[in-house]
Write a protein that binds this ligand. Structure first.
Ligand code: NAD
Length: 797
């Protein structure tokens, strides 16, 4: 049976080092090999090293690993995971690939060096070891021409997108001799272990996402020049208004590197046979001229945009392609763009933009229609289904909708008619599909969705282990719901409590649903998952409600809200059946408190977890302080001093620290040893459901009610407050920060009781509530809340 326990990455450049980092993230140790340098650096000469010294010979990989710590966004889940990467070089260490299960080639994008390297790899290759290439578009078959049959059976393309930790897409490209079982294994491994969205691509120039994406960029450029639009006008149309990222067209090109773009476009031009298509991939003169001038985008300091510093302010100028000079950007506004801005979600935005009547709506249509037709023309040649093309564009280019999903969103039949009226020819399969009476490319029938594959309706594939709450709700699996949350039946005796309020902030409706859900699952289910598929798990309690009550001086209302929160969290904690929380992305304040009250937590790898109340002038008061005190008391033996452990958590909460990953949340001390990270967020609900069933099967018993908690008391509080005073004296924290963290110290230490007193949960919850209500009365706290609601970031006053 195949497995991957150890890997080797060859090439330690931009992608190689980051791929090694991602393997390290998920616990796979790897070798990172690169060329042996041919000359010494000044520093190496100063240290008296020679070209034979291992530090010199491994320099490229060693430096690449060091750079991982500085890269942004961070390629590593935790800095110490870099220890899982062992640097080496291709002359001394290539034989070590006999010890690994997967060798990934990530060297320069050129056929000949890749072929030569694979020939050398085969000399040390052990039958069964997987070998893959990260090429962006070179033929997989050509790369292994001349290698043995056995080697070719174990070879395939694995195309990661940059940056590999964060970009979901992995294109898996079988060669004509690749073992089909290896393709299945790799797709499954990359999905489960690496957290990727896998799309199987055919061995054609630039595979799927870069083929369509590059075409789209070139078409956009052409339409821009035809209509005399500016760089910023095109970006205003081709960003969020078209369901695409803010970086739109030209900011994306600046980030990717304009030279890289030219290289990628040329690869299609050089390798396709259709003259019309060849023509479409000719890079325009203006872009060539930019490369000649060294205007390569972000890495060279200027591209389509240029940042200039004027005294203290930074301005971003845009390139005027007519004069090749940078100038001030002109604000872009129109009715269609405004309508798109007001619409919620990618689909509604695209619909609003294309329904407009102004020149920007026309530009959007002129771009979109050509991308849709090209995607449809290429579909069968580059991919196995429309679904794969859509997934590749969503995961590889961060589009909200793939081309075929977009086509349905704007109405397949009327837009196809408009294209024909404008003289375009539809690909035969689209024409035939419409002629058969289909109204959309994705059609729902009897609870399933079908799309055309080879002229026939084929069911849309849902990868094993993916549970989609929206689909379950559509087929009537809602057990109970209100405006803020729904309880959804996941089947097999497990229900899922899904938050769906604005930003998933917790207000009275969610608290009520928590209480009702526990009562229902205790009667009718084996246990409950708390998870949702929104952008973030939960950004905290509803601050707006709290601020309104504070501004009206309604302290009873605030007191009551805290009591309701406490009641709901207590209900969760003592639920008779297991509750597994599965948070993802932003999980802040009240969202963390929900997790801490659950029996187990399965965060996704990308979870940014923190009690951040201090940032809005408050302290955690949904049981967060109580849970922290309880966990600290339980983590030490009866005769051990609590204070050092408490001090660590005091600092974490006092500085509103947020984890940078799920693994980081574990290391920060929030989670327990039974909690574990699920790398692929799409599989999280299924994993949480399985966990509930496992816990139920093994005989779940809720925690003992009102067990006593040992607290640090007045002495511990004095130590914490002294540390805070030191921070204040050195100017690290403001007067108001000091006031807040003094209250935090009071609550975490259990108030003014003697050291090591045993207190009840409700006593600690009362301390939380009193401190919280008193802070709400502070004008500077109200300013912080207001600022956060208006600007989405904390105010340090
Ligand atoms: P890079 O230039 O940053 O790194 C290439 C590395 O390969 C360098 O460390 C170099 O020393 C080494 N190298 C060069 N020639 C070699 C040889 N003959 N033998 C062994 N090592 C050699 O390149 P990169 O951006 O990391 O790209 C690497 C591969 O990944 C390419 O195939 C590229 O198309 C692909 N890719 C790149 C991106 C991206 O955004 N950069 C994205 C997806 C795929």
């Amino acid at each position: 049976m195949r497995h991957i326990r150890k890997a080797a990455v060859i090439g330690s450049g931009v992608m190689g080092a980051a791929i090694a980092a991602h393997l390290a993230n998920v616990g796979i140790p790897c070798l990172l090999l690169d060329l042996v340098p041919t000359s010494l650096t000044a520093e190496e000469e100063r240290r008296g090293l020679t070209l034979d010294h291992p530090a010199v010979r491994n320099r490229l990989a060693t430096q690449a690993i060091a750079r991982l710590h500085k890269a942004s966004p961070a390629p590593l889940y935790r800095p110490e995971f870099a220890q899982r990467i062992q640097p080496g070089n291709l002359e001394d260490d290539l034989a070590k690939i006999a010890e690994v299960d997967w060798v990934i080639e990530v060297i320069v994008e050129s056929l000949e060096p890749k072929r030569q390297l694979l020939e050398r790899i085969e000399q040390y290759w052990r039958p069964g070891t997987i070998v893959s290439s990260n090429t962006s578009g070179i033929s997989i078959n050509e790369m292994v021409a001349g290698r043995s049959d056995a080697f070719r059976r174990n070879f395939l393309g694995t195309h990661f997108f940059n940056p590999p930790r964060y970009m979901k897409l992995l294109e898996v490209i079988p060669g004509s001799d690749t073992d089909p079982e290896l393709v299945r294994f790799m797709a499954d491994f990359a999905t489960r272990r690496l957290g990727k969205g896998v799309v199987i691509a055919k061995d054609t120039p630039n595979f799927i996402a870069n083929r369509i994406g590059t075409y789209g960029l070139l078409v956009t450029f052409e339409e821009m020049q035809k209509g005399g639009f500016s760089i910023e006008e095109v970006d205003a149309v081709t960003g969020p208004a078209l369901g695409r990222p803010r970086s739109a067209t030209f900011r994306t090109l600046d980030l990717v590197g304009i030279d890289t773009f030219v290289h990628v476009a040329y690869n299609v031009h050089a390798h396709v046979s259709d003259p019309v298509e060849q023509q479409a991939f000719i890079v325009p003169d203006a872009i060539r001229s930019m490369v000649e001038r060294g205007w390569l985008g972000e890495k060279s300091g200027q591209g389509f945009y240029k940042k200039v510093k004027d005294g203290g302010t930074t301005r971003i100028l845009s390139l005027d392609l007519a004069t090749m000079e940078y100038r001030e950007q002109v604000k872009v506004k129109s009715a269609s763009l405004e309508a798109a801005k007001a619409a919620k979600g990618g689909k509604a935005k695209v619909q609003a933009l294309l329904a407009g009547k102004d020149k920007y709506a026309q530009l959007a249509w002129d771009i979109v229609k050509r991308v849709l037709i090209y995607s449809a023309e290429k579909m069968g040649e580059i991919a196995n289904s429309p679904q794969d093309v859509d997934a590749a564009m969503r995961w590889g280019f961060n589009w909200d909708l793939g081309p075929f999903e977009l086509w349905d969103a704007i109405g397949l039949v009327p837009s196809a008619k408009r294209m024909q009226e404008e003289g375009l020819t539809l690909p035969a399969w689209v024409e035939a599909w419409i002629a058969e009476g289909h109204k959309a490319l994705y059609e729902e029938r009897e609870g399933a969705v079908y799309m055309p594959v080879g002229g026939m309706p084929a069911p849309v594939q849902v990868p094993a282990g993916v549970i989609d709450l929206a689909s379950l709700k559509q087929v009537g699996r809602v057990v109970k719901q209100n405006a803020g949350a729904s309880l959804v039946d996941l089947g097999d005796g497990v229900a899922c409590l899904e938050f769906h309020s604005q930003n998933n902030a917790i207000g009275p409706d969610i608290l009520a649903m928590i209480e009702q859900s526990v009562s229902i699952v205790e009667r009718e289910f084996q246990g409950m998952v708390i998870a949702n598929q929104g952008r973030n798990f939960c950004v905290g309690a509803n601050l707006m409600l709290m601020l309104m009550a504070a501004q009206e001086g309604d302290w009873d209302e605030i007191d009551l809200s805290v009591r309701m929160f406490h009641k709901a969290m207590t209900t969760l904690r003592y639920s008779a059946v297991p509750v597994v929380a599965a948070p993802h992305r932003m999980t802040l304040g009240g969202g963390v408190e929900v997790c801490l009250a659950s029996s187990r937590v399965l965060p996704s790898a990308e979870t940014y977890f923190g009690l951040v109340e201090v940032g809005v002038g408050l302290i955690p008061a949904g049981g967060g302080c109580k849970e922290t005190a309880r966990r600290v008391s339980e983590s030490v033996s009866a005769d051990e001093d609590l204070v050092p452990h408490l001090a660590r958590m005091f600092q974490t909460i006092g500085t509103a620290k947020v984890s940078t990953s799920g693994d980081d949340a574990l290391a920060m001390g929030w989670l327990s040893e039974n909690d574990r990270v699920i790398v692929n967020g799409d599989l999280q609900i299924a994993a949480a459901k399985a966990e509930v069933l496992r816990m139920a099967e093994h005989g779940y018993t809720p925690p003992v009610r009102d067990a006593r908690i040992r607290v640090a008391g007045a002495d511990g509080k004095a130590v914490l407050q002294m540390a805070a005073r030191g921070m204040w004296q050195s100017g690290y924290i403001s007067d108001h920060d000091l006031l807040i963290v003094n209250k935090l110290a009071h609550v975490l230490a259990g108030g003014d009781v003697p050291a090591d007193s045993l207190v009840s949960e409700s006593y600690l919850l009362d301390l939380e509530r009193e401190a919280f209500v008193s802070l709400c009365g502070e004008p500077k706290t109200q300013e912080r809340m207001q600022y956060m609601l208006a600007k989405g970031k904390p105010l340090r006053n």
